[in-house]
Design a protein around this ligand. Structure first.
Ligand code: ZN
Length: 238
């Protein structure tokens, strides 16, 4: 910590140029030393617990260009209505009816388009469709169950793509470095609220394109009575 030195004349930075003598050099050296001490102190203060805002993901669907056209018509462009926490991601005006053997769930489309279509539901919703999908990382779709999609202009039979998304946490590379967290690390979230507790098995996704945020589904949110955007302490799973 910075300690106050003995009382001395207050430091006044020279406002005018052209009066630089040995005195100015002393002042500059002093300024550099003070700056170094302030930065050091701030760095020490920054070692509080890592915290993250909680994002609750409702069921949703990501679509390929081909499937957007099959469901909404040739040349159709998705209509963004709300930006999401991750840069470039958005909720769309479009919804799709997703059918399984037992029934239907209506889902919001999230943009932008992706290279594979993907449907994300919570375990408690799988009963409605009559299929229990595996817990998977986004994009890890091989061998997952299929569903049928109905849009206003057509139908798509998805051979695979239904998952329960695993809990995950996005952070930038700089944040990862500051907190000592690497891509793929398993983390815990310490939560306050009506039913406080610890959620484990949260996968870190560290990358330049990410904003600090974590995603849990509605089953986790209900189990812990979570509020959208409430803060959680991040802990490494030991
Ligand atoms: Zn998603």
């Amino acid at each position: 910590m910075l300690r106050a030195g003995p009382a001395s004349a207050p430091y006044r930075p020279a406002l005018r140029r052209g009066r630089e003598g040995p005195d100015m050099e002393d002042r500059r050296a002093l300024l550099e030393e003070v700056t170094r001490l302030v930065v050091e102190t701030l760095e020490q203060m920054d070692h509080g617990p890592a915290m993250v805002p909680v994002g609750i993901s409702a069921r949703h669907i990501h679509l390929t260009r081909e499937h957007v056209e099959a469901l909404f018509g040739v040349g159709h462009k998705l209509t963004p209505i709300k930006p999401l926490s991750q840069p470039g991601q958005f909720a769309c005006a479009e919804t799709v009816d997703v059918y399984g053997p037992a029934g239907m769930l209506r889902m919001r489309v999230l943009g932008p388009e992706r290279s594979r279509s993907q449907v994300e539901i919570a375990f408690s919703e799988s009963r409605k469709l009559g299929i229990v999908p595996p817990v998977r990382n986004s994009g890890d779709l091989d061998g997952t169950p299929g569903v049928t999609l109905m849009g206003p202009r057509g139908k798509v039979v998805l051979r695979e793509g239904l998952i329960i998304a695993d809990r995950h946490l996005h952070m930038s590379e700089a944040e990862g470095e500051r907190y000592g967290i690497k891509n793929g690390d398993k983390l815990e979230l310490v939560l306050q609220g009506g039913k406080p507790g610890v959620i484990g098995n949260v996968t870190a996704r560290v990358g330049r394109q990410y904003a600090l945020d974590c995603h849990v589904d509605i089953d986790d949110a209900n189990a812990f009575q979570l509020q959208q955007g409430q803060w959680a302490i991040i802990r490494k799973q030991g």
